[in-house]
Design a binder for this molecule. Structure first.
Ligand code: TRP
Length: 451
């Protein structure tokens, strides 16, 4: 007999837990740099359209699979149909690839927090600070190791609950602070052009890359296509309204990403004049831009310190949940002791994360498929594996267990309002569309086509 699963208390508990996993560096660090790079307003528009169609359908599907079976991903797919357990395994690989480079960025956040808390915020705002930090050898490694060590310690000691409690209190503070900073930035000289760039869709900025990037970001930010939501669903009570919960998670997650963009993108225009080279900065964007904002505010040292500690907490709750997933998969599969598993995962992360930590410095010359290590891990997980898992999930639901099975589970608690949309998206639109973008991003990276 399987142990009875503990469950979330009511809808709020579920939404908060799922949102805690969803809101992290994806929203605060990744979304703004992609939006800046891939066309501003048009990226935002494409992202929102994808979120309410694909994101919605996929999240509903995953939560339902979890709640229906009461099992974690591998078991859940196997229970519904033995032949499809592989989707669970495939999804489980993704967090293993994300966690290492997630921790590298987490390390960057710690470094900036340390700079502000020790009164060095002004230096951190200088043009050369980020490059000086990232091209070194010792520092990127030290901060990365510290971040992953904290993450694994929490997982090993099983004290996630404590962190989650703290972060639930801090999250509203982060939102309020972000609104304050965003409004402040809006009034900086030259920032308005950035607000327009970010909010007004300019169709001449559209390219297939806009869609590919937005899709990858959607999976990443909402923790989709890697079994996480299946696990969360398995803890959900039968009387909780799934459709509504998904709406709430999406609004929350997208809202925070939107705010982060509103802080960062107009600031790029205010401090760098919105040149393409500044907008296309990529992973470093948040770190080169925000310290300048804080440096220009009265009391910016305190605000910067507060901001980076909040981002750090959001990053930690996500990295802990990522690590937790990896540990439980490895532990279940190989039936080994939890302590040993944690050590193995830690070792694996250090190994995979080191190239990403050094990818901007000593390993700067090494490129695979034209990508730096960090971008490579990001690309493999978000642009290749996640679409594959998503396609498999859609086909599995659309043609193996059939959407009816999903509807029935949802209607245990409430009528399924978006039933038609769900059906069409899962069976036809999503698979066709996902195959198209998967193929084009693979062809692009291998240089067959240029998009
Ligand atoms: N969604 C998280 C973020 O936006 C990152 C993430 C991806 C994640 N997959 C996850 C977090 C799995 C926890 C579990 O930062």
């Amino acid at each position: 007999m399987e142990k009875k699963r503990s469950s979330f208390t009511g809808k709020l508990g579920f939404v908060l837990a799922a949102a805690g996993s969803a809101v992290g560096l994806g929203n605060l660090w990744r979304f703004p740099y992609l939006a800046a790079k891939y066309g501003g307003g048009i990226f935002l528009l494409v992202y929102i359209i994808l979120a309410v169609t694909f994101g919605f359908s996929l999240m509903v599907a995953e939560i339902v699979i979890g709640r229906k079976t009461g099992l974690s991903p591998v078991g859940a797919f196997a229970k519904l149909n033995k032949k499809f357990a592989f989707i669970g395994y495939l999804g489980a690989i993704i967090p293993m690839l994300i966690l290492p480079y997630y921790s590298v960025i987490g390390g960057w956040v710690m470094k900036y927090f340390a700079a502000f808390v020790s009164g060095n915020g002004h230096n951190a705002a200088s043009d050369t600070y980020f490059d000086g930090f990232i091209t070194g050898v010792g520092e990127p490694i030290i901060w990365f190791v510290l971040f992953i060590a904290i993450t694994m310690t929490v997982v090993l000691l099983g004290v996630e609950k404590g962190i989650e409690k703290v972060s639930k209190i801090m999250m509203p503070v982060l939102v309020v602070l972000s609104i304050f900073v965003a409004v402040y930035v809006m009034f900086l000289d030259g920032a308005w052009a950035g607000v327009v760039y970010y909010i007004k869709p300019d169709f001449s900025n559209f390219s297939i890359m806009t869609v590919i990037a937005a899709m990858g970001q959607l999976f990443y930010s909402m923790s989709l296509a890697m079994g996480i939501m299946i696990t969360y669903g398995s803890y959900m009570k039968k009387d909780v309204n799934i459709e509504k919960s998904v709406h709430h998670i999406e609004i929350f997650d997208t809202g925070i990403a939107f705010l982060a963009g509103l802080m960062i993108i107009p600031a790029v225009f205010a401090f760098h004049g919105g040149e393409e080279s500044a907008l296309g900065k990529g992973p470093s964007l948040m770190f080169v831009t925000l310290p300048k904002v804080f440096d220009s505010i009265w009391g910016g040292q305190v605000i910067g310190t507060l901001f980076f500690i909040l981002v750090l907490l959001a990053a930690l709750t996500s990295s802990i949940s990522l690590a937790e997933t990896v540990v439980s998969v490895v532990q279940d599969k190989f039936k080994i002791d939890r302590k040993v598993t944690c050590l193995i995962v830690l070792g694996g992360c250090l190994l995979l994360g080191l190239p990403s930590a050094l990818g901007y410095g000593v390993l700067g010359g090494v490129k695979i498929l034209g990508l730096q290590f960090l971008d490579l891990f990001d690309f493999i997980s978000n642009s290749i594996l996640m679409p594959i898992v998503a396609i498999c999930t859609c086909v599995f639901i659309g043609f193996v267990i059939k959407p009816k099975a999903i509807e029935e589970e949802i209607e245990i608690s409430a009528p399924f309002k978006a039933k038609k949309l769900f059906n069409v998206v899962i069976k036809y639109i999503a698979p066709v569309f996902l195959v198209a973008i998967l193929v084009s991003s693979i062809l692009d990276v291998f240089g067959v086509i240029k998009i």
